[in-house]
Design a protein around this ligand. Structure first.
Ligand code: SF4
Ligand code: SF4
Length: 464
C-alpha cells in the first residue's frame, strides 16, 4: 500500500523528545535512534504533531507562492477560513480584490461551491433517509480516519464531493470558456488552511483525480495579501459569490447549519471526533440525520496553516457572515461535473496485526503475553506511545522487547550478575564453565541486542 502524506519530519530539528508520540491520535509516531519517524499507513495528516512539536521539527508540505509563475492563467480558490485571518475586516470583497491585485487572473470562492454542496446534501439526505446518520466528507483527515479505523461507518460517509473539488472543476470550466486556453495553461490554486487538504488533493479519497493544480498555505499568502488589501479598500467591484451558508463552512457547525435540519451533531478536535465515532460505532446515536466532524479545533479555522487563533478566527467569521444573505450561489438546474464520489471509499486495515483472522488472533495472544511482562506505565521511553503499541511493534517485527527500559534494566542486572559469577569462578581457579556462556539470555543479548545497537543501519528500527 502506498500512502501520500503532507506531514513530514525535519530530522535535523528533531531532538527525540517524544512529545509528539503521545499526541498523535492514531499512534503513528515512534522515536527510534533518537529521531521521530512517522509510520505512513497510520498517519491521517491531522497536523497534531505539527502543533505540539516544541522544536518545529514536524512540517507540512505544500506549494510555494511562486507556483503561480508556472501558469498563464491563474485562479485563486480561497478557503472560507482565509477571511477569518484579518483584523477589522468588514467586507470580504477587499480580500477577493487583493487576490487579483497580487497576480491572480480570477477568483472562485470555495464558500460559493460550499453552498452548492449544501444544496446537494440536503437533497441527498432527504432521498436516502434509510442510510442516516450521514457523516460529513468535507474533512479529509476524518474520512481517512474512518477508512482505516471505523470500517462499519464507511457506508455513512456522505458521498458528495468536497467544496474545493467542485470549486476547482467549475473554475477551470469557466476559465477555458473565457480564455480559450488549454487546460494545462490554467493553474487552479487552492489557498489551504491545513495539510490534510494538501494530501487529499494528491491522494483523493472518493474520486480519481483532483482538479486542483497546486496548494498554497494561508500563512504564506497572508502577508502578501495584507499589503494589497490596503489598495483594494476603495475599489467598488463586488466579487462576493457566497452568503451566510458558504462562509460558515470555515468553522465547526457551519456545514451542518447549511443543511437546515435540527437533528445534527457537530464535533471538532481530533480527540472529540474519535469519541464521537466510537459512540457512533456503539450505536449510541439513534436519532441523528447528520454528523459534522472536523479534525481541527474550531473547524477549518483551526488548521495548522492558518495564522489566527482558531477561536478568535471563529468569532471573526461569525461577524463577517452577519450581514450577508443566507446564500448567494444556487444550483438552479446547473449540471456540475463531479458532484458525487466517483468510487467507493474502501476499508484499509492498517491496524490489523496479521494477514488473516487466524494470524491476527495468534498475534493478539503474543501481544497479551508481552503486556504481562511490561510495567504498564505507558512512559514512552521506548519510543512508542504506550506499552501496547510497543508490544504490537514487537509482534510486527518493528521493535525489540529490550526497547522497554524496565526489561532492559532487568537484562543488564542479570548479565552483570553473570559476569560477576564468572569473575568469582576464575578467581578461585575453577574450570571454564560452558553453562554460563551457553545461557539463553547471554546468547540473545550478545548476538541480537548488541548487534542492533552497534549497527543501527542494519536493524529493524530502520524499517520506517
Ligand atoms: S516532538 Fe517529536 S518531532 Fe518534535 S523534537 Fe520531539 S520527538 Fe522530534
Ligand atoms: S499528522 Fe496526525 S496522524 Fe500524522 S503523525 Fe502527525 S499527529 Fe499522527
Amino acid at each position: 500500500m502506498k500512502f501520500n502524506h503532507s506531514v513530514h519530519l525535519d530530522k535535523d530539528k528533531c531532538m527525540g523528545c517524544i512529545n509528539c508520540i503521545k499526541r498523535c491520535p492514531t499512534q503513528a509516531i515512534r522515536v527510534r535512534n533518537g529521531k521521530a519517524a512517522i509510520i505512513p499507513e497510520f498517519c491521517i495528516d491531522c497536523g497534531e504533531c505539527i502543533r505540539i512539536c516544541p522544536h518545529h521539527a514536524k512540517l507540512a508540505t505544500y506549494d510555494p507562492l511562486s507556483v503561480m509563475d508556472d501558469y498563464k492563467y491563474k485562479i485563486a480558490l480561497p478557503a472560507p477560513s482565509l477571511y477569518a485571518q484579518f483584523n477589522n475586516l468588514d467586507d470580504i470583497n477587499i480580500v477577493l480584490r487583493a487576490l487579483l491585485k497580487m497576480g491572480f487572473d480570477d477568483v472562485y470562492e470555495v464558500s460559493s461551491a460550499a453552498e452548492l454542496v449544501s444544496e446537494l446534501s440536503r437533497k441527498y439526505i432527504e432521498d436516502n433517509m434509510e442510510k442516516r446518520p450521514f457523516i460529513s466528507s468535507a474533512c479529509p483527515s476524518v474520512v481517512r480516519l474512518i477508512s482505516v479505523r471505523f470500517p462499519n461507518l464507511i457506508e455513512h460517509i456522505l458521498p458528495i464531493s468536497a467544496p474545493v473539488d467542485i470549486a476547482a472543476s467549475e473554475a477551470r470550466k469557466r476559465a477555458i470558456e473565457k480564455t480559450g486556453l488549454p487546460s494545462e495553461d490554467i493553474g487552479v490554486i487552492f489557498i489551504s488552511p491545513c495539510p490534510a487538504k494538501v494530501t487529499a488533493l494528491s491522494d483523493p479519497l472518493g474520486y480519481e483525480k483532483s482538479e486542483v493544480d497546486a496548494v498554497v498555505a494561508i500563512k504564506d499568502i497572508y502577508p502578501v495579501l495584507l499589503s494589497h488589501m490596503k489598495n483594494s479598500i476603495d475599489d467598488e467591484e463586488d466579487m462576493l459569490t457566497s452568503g451566510k451558508i458558504g462562509i460558515s463552512w470555515g468553522r465547526s457547525g457551519g456545514e451542518a447549519g447549511g443543511l437546515l435540519i435540527d437533528s445534527y451533531l457537530a464535533a471538532d478536535g481530533i480527540e472529540n471526533v474519535i469519541k464521537v465515532l466510537e459512540d457512533l460505532e456503539d450505536q449510541k446515536f439513534t436519532n441523528l440525520d447528520f454528523i459534522e466532524l472536523n479534525a481541527c479545533s474550531g473547524g477549518c479555522v483551526g488548521g495548522t496553516l492558518t495564522v489566527e487563533n482558531a477561536y478568535v478566527a471563529k468569532a471573526k467569521l461569525n461577524r463577517l457572515r452577519k450581514y450577508q444573505p443566507v446564500s448567494r450561489s444556487h444550483l438552479d438546474g446547473k449540471q456540475l461535473d463531479k458532484p458525487y464520489f466517483e468510487k467507493e471509499i474502501e476499508y484499509t486495515p492498517v491496524f490489523r496485526l496479521g494477514k488473516s483472522m487466524k494470524d491476527s488472533i495468534a498475534a493478539m495472544a503474543k501481544v497479551s503475553a508481552l503486556l504481562d511482562k511490561f510495567p504498564g506505565l505507558d512512559c514512552g521511553s521506548c519510543g512508542a506511545p504506550t506499552c501496547r503499541a510497543l508490544a504490537e511493534d514487537i509482534v510486527c517485527g518493528r521493535a525489540h522487547e529490550r526497547d522497554c527500559i524496565y526489561l532492559l534494566r532487568d537484562y543488564i542486572h542479570r548479565i552483570s550478575r553473570q559476569f560477576s559469577n564468572l569473575d568469582s569462578l576464575s578467581g578461585i581457579g575453577g574450570d571454564y564453565n560452558d553453562d554460563y556462556y551457553g545461557d539463553d539470555y547471554i546468547d540473545d543479548y550478545s548476538t541480537d541486542y548488541v548487534d542492533d545497537y552497534n549497527n543501527p543501519n542494519e536493524s529493524d528500527y530502520n524499517k520506517y
